[in-house]
Write a protein that binds this ligand. Structure first.
Ligand SMILES: Cc1cc2nc3c(=O)[nH]c(=O)nc-3n(C[C@H](O)[C@H](O)[C@H](O)COP(=O)(O)O)c2cc1C
Length: 356
């Protein structure tokens, strides 16, 4: 049986343990630039086997929420350089989650940039803007000719991340954001080669992942998916279609030799395990928001051989030295949901480490 504290080679990286810090949006990047607090926050968590950054926009129009950091301007990259240096100085590894939000956005949050998506369908509910919650806008449908621009946004951002000193990128194709909007029938009504059949809906994620892997090296690229997450209107309600879509996706990316596949879904589902097998490389599990991942649930995933590593969100947010605490059975800080999104040091960098 594999222990959570056994090392693991993940692509180009030697992870000292199998606790991956899950991507966590924190909305504290004033002007979309990671600042001093972000440097401190990520360095505090460098003992993770691998740190995945908060979802970060590859381009201005890819921004969704307020005060999320980007990977497209010199100021942002200078901020990330400081983050990467601090994590490396603390012996950590850090990977940028590239999140193009697509229609889960609002022009108020993108500096007026238009909101694009596979189809002109507004997401349900509202987006939080500086002026309060506003209904999601009807996005403009990307034309077929514009699809290469989307691929290029990811490629440029991935190159930028590596140039800024990060160790690689995670392509965010989960949770109802742009790439997932293409995958899901509920948000994709296209009639070109990027819509309709499962293969067509999987095409953009495959193209993006392949191009990013060619640009920075497949062993520095991971991908996150969330089959049938049914969130933010990116609905996937037909089981057979969902199976076919994600099988097409994994068939397209398996030959690339990526660093990892990360899946947000019940790891014990047949579908999840089929995808793991078809992928063939390092597999990272996380069973979603329903229950907070615990030491016991994370270890059980390894004991049952359902994954090679586990992504841990809320407990990493609240415990900068989580591997040490879990390994020694120390008490844990409780995550405070009131300070998850936005604000300053409180609930961000002020969760104490054990010896603080
Ligand atoms: C505050 C917060 C922000 C999150 N932001 C992201 C994100 O930017 N990208 C992403 O893929 N998942 C995001 N997630 C989902 C987490 O990565 C993780 O899957 C989820 O928290 C469940 O794991 P846990 O039980 O260990 O917290 C977020 C979750 C939380 C609680």
């Amino acid at each position: 049986m594999t222990d959570l504290f056994e090392p693991l080679t993940i692509g180009a990286w030697q992870a000292p343990n199998r606790l991956v810090m899950a991507p966590l949006t924190r909305n504290r990047a004033e002007g979309t630039v990671p600042g001093d607090l972000a440097v401190e926050y990520y360095a505090q968590r460098a003992s993770a086997g691998l740190v995945i950054t908060e979802g970060s926009q590859p381009s201005a129009r890819g921004q969704g929420y307020l005060n999320t950091p980007g990977f497209h301007s010199p100021e942002q990259l200078a901020g990330w350089r400081r983050v990467a240096d601090a994590v490396h100085a603390a012996d950590g590894r850090i990977v940028a989650q590239l999140m193009h939000a697509g229609r889960i956005s609002h022009p108020d949050n993108t500096g007026g940039q238009e909101i694009v998506a596979p189809s002109p369908l507004a997401a349900p509910d509202e987006m939080f803007t500086a002026a309060g919650p506003k209904p999601y806008p009807v996005p403009r449908e990307l034309t077929t000719d514009e699809i290469p621009d989307v691929v290029e946004e990811f490629v440029t951002a991935a190159r930028n991340a590596v140039e800024a000193g990060l160790d690689g990128v995670e392509v965010h194709s989960a949770n109802g954001y742009l790439l997932h909007q293409f995958l899901a029938p509920g948000s994709n009504e296209r009639t070109d080669q990027y819509g309709g059949s499962p293969e067509n809906r999987a095409r953009l994620t495959i193209e993006v992942t392949k191009a990013v892997a060619e640009a920075i090296g497949a062993d520095r690229v991971g991908i996150r998916i969330s089959p049938a997450h049914n969130i933010q209107g990116a609905t996937e309600t037909d089981e057979a279609d969902t199976d076919a879509t994600y099988e097409a996706l994994v068939a397209g990316i398996a030959p690339l030799g990526l660093a990892y596949l990360s899946v947000l879904a019940d790891p014990s589902l047949d579908r999840t395990q089929r995808l793991r097998k078809e992928f063939g490389g390092v597999f990272i599990a996380n069973d979603g928001f329903g229950q907070v991942t615990t030491k016991e649930s994370a270890q059980a995933i390894l004991d049952d051989d359902l994954a090679d590593a586990v992504a841990v969100g809320r407990l990493f947010l609240a415990n900068p030295d989580l591997p040490r605490r879990w390994q020694t059975g120390a008490e844990l800080n409780e995550p405070n949901p009131d300070t998850f999104y936005g604000g300053g040091a409180e609930g961000y960098t002020d969760y104490p480490a054990l010896d603080a």
